[in-house]
Unconditional design. Structure first.
Length: 331
């Protein structure tokens, strides 16, 4: 049995580029496209988490799969889940949960980091927290070989480390992280381009983790143009905002609210960067302790508009994202 983790709960795109598997990168590095079943000792959250499914979530007729987080009241992942402990609904219609197993499939994780001028006093805490997250993902007890890309957001989304099973590149990118003077952040552009890049990749589990400040958002994107590629990618969006809430950009606010909830991810606001390391450790533990949940669905030519997953009883937080269809070999 695994021990519980530490924790509490319009820029112009360059037109000279080449294709790299899963992502599109400018030559200079600019990002432009690129368990066991058992009884649960405690009960689950009554509130359902909505997941809007991409077409890729429907891999096998009659059976559907979700990757699901189940957390206790302190945010620690539970160790075991039974089918009877979960409730899955498609467009409010209850479906039978067939199996629950520890998730062992590798993840592709896009790690978005706001290194705009607003992040200057936070950089030291950024490095520590990001390293803790990478270490936690690499230490997954299932032995899954996850791939992490590091993408900075100042001035434009820029790849600092591409997807690799080795964490060496990601670790180096984090260690060399600095803020960019007199710059704003392009968070929404980063989510769009990361989503498009992940949509080209072959992992069943895709995740976007975004760390951002309350500094100015310069993407100039409407929220619909961000949510659509996020939904199509099948990625779960987890966003952590550092600082006192003051950025009232309505499209940013909508993406952080709806995008995290609808994708099966999470949203947190941390007032001080000193709490970032603990939060990133907590997120790494959540992602490496998810369950693979299989449920039944009648044959239909029309997929449901939304799927929700919740606990059969009150007490814990349950959220999840549909498994993606693997169409290519990972590399």
């Amino acid at each position: 049995m695994r021990p519980p983790p530490i924790g509490d709960c319009n820029y112009q795109i360059p037109n000279h580029f080449h294709e790299l598997f899963g992502l599109t990168v400018a030559k200079a590095g600019t990002y432009t496209g690129r368990m066991m079943r058992g009884r649960l000792a405690v009960s689950f959250a009554a509130c359902a988490i909505m997941v809007v499914l991409a077409d890729s979530g429907f891999a096998q007729a009659g059976r559907r799969t979700m990757f699901t987080s189940v957390l206790d009241s302190t945010g620690v992942p539970v160790q075991s889940v039974n089918p009877d402990d979960l409730v899955v609904r498609e467009d409010k219609v209850i479906r039978e949960v067939l199996e629950t197993w520890p998730a062992t499939e590798p993840m592709d994780i896009a790690l978005l980091v706001d290194n705009s001028s607003a992040s200057e006093p936070l950089i030291r805490d950024y490095r520590e927290a990001l390293q803790a997250f990478i270490t936690g993902i690499a230490a997954d007890e299932t032995g899954a070989k996850h791939q992490i890309a590091v993408i900075t957001l100042a001035d434009r989304p820029t790849i600092k480390a591409d997807y690799r099973t080795s964490v060496t590149d990601a670790t180096k990118a984090v260690a060399s992280l600095f803020s960019m003077p007199e710059s704003g952040t392009y968070l929404l552009d980063g989510i769009i381009e990361s989503s498009k890049g992940l949509a080209k990749r072959s992992s069943e589990r895709a995740v976007i983790v975004a760390i951002t400040t309350e500094g100015p958002e310069l993407s100039g994107r409407q929220y619909q143009s961000v949510l659509e590629p996020l939904r199509a990618s099948g990625a779960a969006l987890h966003a952590i905002v550092v600082g006192r809430p003051q950025n009232n950009n309505p499209d940013r606010v909508t993406v952080l609210g709806r995008g995290t909830k609808e994708s099966g991810g999470s949203y947190d606001n941390i007032l001080s960067s000193t709490g970032l390391t603990a939060r990133m450790k907590k997120l790494a533990a959540e992602l490496t302790h998810q369950f693979k949940v299989t449920y039944s669905r009648p044959e239909s030519l029309i997929p449901p508009k939304q799927v929700t997953i919740s606990g059969a009883k009150s007490g814990l937080t349950v959220r999840g994202a549909a498994a993606r269809v693997v169409t290519q070999e990972r590399r």
